[in-house]
Write a protein that binds this ligand. Sequence first.
Ligand code: PLP
Length: 426
Amino acid sequence: MQVVKEYVQRWYESGLDPDEYVCHYKQGNLVDIESTATGKRQTVLTFCTNDVLGLVQDEAVKQAAIDAILQYGTSNSSCSVLSGRIDLHRQLEKEISEFKHLPHTQLFINAWMAMQALMDAFCHLAIPVPGFQHTRETLIMSDVLNHGCIVAAVANAGTRSGKMFSHSPRVRVRAYRHCDTEDLARKLRRYARPDDRIMVISDAVFSMDGDIAPLPDMLDVMENYDGSVLVMDEAHASGAIGATGRGIYEHFNILPQNAIERGIIPLIMTTFSKFAASAGAAISSHVAELIPLLNVSPTSIGTISLSPPLTAAALESIRQVRQSPELVQQLQSNSRYLRSRLIEQGFNAIGETNVIPVILPPDINPKIFGRLMLDNHGIWVSPIWFIAKPRVRITVNAIHTKEEIDSLVTAMVATRDILYKPMISA
Ligand SMILES: Cc1ncc(COP(=O)(O)O)c(C=O)c1O
């Protein structure tokens, strides 16, 4: 532990530790927070929530969660294989399947569990089955900026074979350059062997850059590999992109069926922690046989199933989105408005979704930027300095008003005026 102590001490000294806040109350985008370092308490306007449609405090969503607790209690107290599912699970799976145009869906308690289950199921299958020999290697191509849940799951997939699953052939993982389909094509030509099972995996919307995976070009490349699998992580895409919030396929005006017709197997991961006012994840497919395999993966059997209130909140949220697509349109309009206002003011605001990263000069500590925003303007944005280029990450949602967005831009300009001169003049 000495190394840990010394490391953390140096970490604090160099100011790389994140500031911590505790929330006492929320109303819309107004949040009453307390700084754990200073004890200072203030009501701030948040631009760092993933509650993209503002459904966390929707009356029907809250009531659905309360009703579920009254009917089932707060927890299912086991996994679905050992103790069964609740009817709400079945309804939610059906609702997601309809929303994502893929008929079979399996729930998980979060994205990390879902991704791990997918790798275990797809790459390694489950237990050895008499009379079945799994001989084909898997090649996974992963965008270099994919979310940590993908990175962790594919890293595990690459090392598990021969350990937990001694019957499973090798899994080879290769990264391709961010959103670069030429690099994807080049690396597939270089690494794919004739008998490989091929999986390409990508965030649909990248969580730190706010940009969208080039799905049509990816399909063009993958068409050359019949039976290849395309996994889209729609954590930030669900409820946010596409005319009615159905995600990346709708954004590009296509259906998963179009991929299927071209010999590509589409898999979609949906998560509920952003648009669906809850927590949890789901994997959807048109291949019915994938579901029982996902259901017996270690991260399904070895952990709790999605709790009744979380399931009910997600279910009601998806119903709300389907009934009120104008929420999604409002989100998209707010995103366009804020991004264009920031660019107009000379900020380097990248991406194209409601995740709006503003890249800062390399010598500016984003934490200081964030603190000034809070202290001087009562506006909460996320400073990001780990791994990524230093930036302020802003997430706008459907319930931000134009006045609130304008006040954010004013505060950003005033904060920049204290810290540095704009790179591009307004
Ligand atoms: C692309 C992506 N995938 C997965 C996740 C994790 O989702 P969850 O917290 O809902 O499990 C996130 C969270 O930010 C994400 O951005």
